[in-house]
Design a binder for this molecule. Structure first.
Ligand SMILES: [Zn+2]
Ligand SMILES: [Zn+2]
Length: 177
């Protein structure tokens, strides 16, 4: 069943669904973006290592750790932004900046959402009632950063704290040996 048929076959309001998987081109783009910081870290660290006399192994491992962490964050943002370009209702990929989805007519500019007072499910239209039978009401329109971005920033901060803690512990161990 294609996405269009799924929307057609759906009785009542359209529930919010997970974003469709990325296409091969989008995955390749995400992969390249995620790897770029490692190359960047190598390019920055190599001249510094040449001056300070650090060995190649140290440079490569530092580039992998710091570039890899940055790459992880970049990859998260890239996936989020690519998924945000999809129409949330029919998961087609309208042109960037479209105000209305050409496939299903969803208002991409305001992205209206609906839920019953118990918030069982979030729906993208109010064509009927919630699955519990209560009437649907419009939800306030969300502006600003998406939940995924907030999650990603928290994850990044958590990783940073973890790394600093490990570094500190290693230093303490080194001093006491
Ligand atoms: Zn659509
Ligand atoms: Zn409900």
């Amino acid at each position: 069943m294609t996405d269009g048929e799924w929307v057609e076959a759906q009785q009542g309001p359209t529930p919010v669904r997970r974003a469709a998987p990325l296409s091969f081109r989008e995955k390749r783009l995400t992969g390249l973006l995620a790897l770029a910081p490692i190359a960047l870290a190598l390019a920055v660290l190599a001249p510094i290592a040449a001056v300070t006399g650090a060995d190649a192994g140290e440079v490569v491992s530092a580039a992998l750790v710091y570039g890899g962490l940055l790459g992880l964050a970049v990859g998260f943002v890239a996936v989020d932004r690519l998924q945000a370009r999809q129409c949330p209702r029919c998961r087609s990929r309208p042109e960037r900046g479209s105000e209305v989805c050409t496939a299903c007519g969803y208002d991409l500019e305001h992205r209206p959402r609906f839920a019953c007072e118990e918030r069982h499910h979030t729906y993208l239209d109010d064509d009927g009632d919630c699955s519990c039978g209560r009437p649907l009401r419009p939800l306030p329109i969300v502006h600003g950063v998406g939940r995924e971005i907030v999650f990603m920033v928290k994850l990044g901060a958590g990783l940073l704290v973890f790394l600093l803690a490990v570094g500190l512990v290693l230093q303490v161990i080194e001093r006491n040996v």
